[in-house]
Design a protein around this ligand. Structure first.
Ligand code: FAD
Length: 314
């Protein structure tokens, strides 16, 4: 019988695994994908500047540190990669967690499934799946070196990526359908001061290419209907992710799992933390989710070990 099953190997699930080791709980982390780190894989080269004590750390470096911190604990939870949790059912005083690979008995569950099995939102234009030089996440910025890069999107991710690679590129164009970017104003200022060419308010109306290579995009001004062709060696689409939430049998508010005291869900001894939950004041970032994991795992230790003097510092 496991003490804890952690669903999701994103930053919050990995940190919950570290906490479970410190609390000496035996468990398993299930991660549906073949990579750990969840959304950190969407912006691996971005410098994350709001982590305590880290002045300059890329998301990829942060993920590797998280993994190291977890794996160096001799009693860390087992990590089952490429094993998605389908559902769980109550069975007396415990739960049976079901995956395609098997069934696991556990006293408690901590859901840290973020956006679920999210997929990038695509523009839906003809040729999109045929061209190999269209990307939805930038795993290696050297891919942009000396290239004519076109970025689509106007949120933080699009603007951050544009700022990150603009000086490596032969040219960089960023196309956004609205007049105003939705990114942080300091990032937008930086973008405007760079040599990036900004096209607003433009929609991408056609992809141009031959065989499996995209060579350009047609964009159309939303107000004047004027069309332009932008040459492209690489198209980076940044329209966010389409969440594909899990259908776990518990109370939800829209896409988000509802939680109560200690981040327990509507089911006894099933907890949820990180980006999969929402409540007034919730901030969907790494440190907020990690604080929730501290509360939930401490409570789980109390449930598993009633009467134990639960450690607060390690
Ligand atoms: C472009 C961008 C930039 C960002 N920049 C910052 C920043 O600078 N600072 C900051 O603090 N935050 C930032 N964030 C937000 C931050 O990445 C998220 O808050 C954080 O990743 C949430 O972590 P999580 O573990 O809750 O969820 P996720 O990162 O979404 O991870 C969830 C994991 O659970 C897995 N999973 C889902 N369902 C199942 C299942 N049924 N079975 C098994 N596994 C499952 C998924 O595959 C995934 O790996 C940024 C986000 C984006 C998109």
């Amino acid at each position: 019988m496991l003490d804890i099953v952690i669903i999701g190997g994103g930053p919050i699930g990995l940190y919950a695994g570290v906490l479970a080791s410190l609390h000496n709980l035996n468990g398993i982390i299930f991660e549906a994908r073949d990579v750990k780190g969840g959304q950190l894989n969407l912006y691996p080269e971005k410098t994350v500047i709001d982590l305590p004590g880290h002045l300059s750390l890329t998301a990829d470096e942060f993920e590797k540190l998280m993994e190291k911190q977890l794996l160096e604990k001799p009693n860390h939870p087992e990590i089952h990669m490429c094993e998605s949790v389908d559902t769980f059912v109550k069975d007396g005083d415990h739960y049976i967690v079901k995956t395609r690979e098997g069934e696991y008995q556990t006293r408690t569950i901590l859901i840290a499934s973020g956006m679920g099995n999210a997929q990038p939102r695509k523009p839906g234009l003809p040729g999109e799946d045929q061209y190999k030089n269209i990307i939805y996440a930038l795993r290696d910025k050297s891919l942009c070196e000396g290239k004519k890069v076109v970025i689509l999107g106007g949120g933080d991710s699009a603007v951050d990526m544009a700022n990150l690679v603009v000086d490596l590129t032969a040219s960089l164009s960023i196309v956004h359908r609205r007049n105003e970017f939705r990114a942080q104003s300091s990032s937008v200022e930086k973008l405007k001061a760079s040599r990036a060419k900004i096209y607003v308010p433009y929609n991408t109306t056609a992809l141009i290419g031959k065989d499996d290579r995209l060579t350009g995009v047609e964009i159309t001004n939303n107000e004047t209907q004027e069309k332009k062709i932008l040459e492209a060696d690489l198209l980076f689409v940044n329209f966010g992710m389409v969440p594909a939430q899990n259908d776990f049998p518990l109370e939800k508010n829209g896409m988000n799992i509802v939680t109560y005291d200690f981040f327990m869900t509507s089911l006894e001894n099933v907890f949820a933390v990180g980006n999969t939950i929402n409540y007034p004041g919730k901030v969907k970032n790494i440190t907020c989710g990690m604080g929730e994991a501290v509360v939930a795992v401490t409570k789980i230790d109390q449930i598993i070990n009633p009467g134990k003097n639960i450690p607060v510092h390690f």
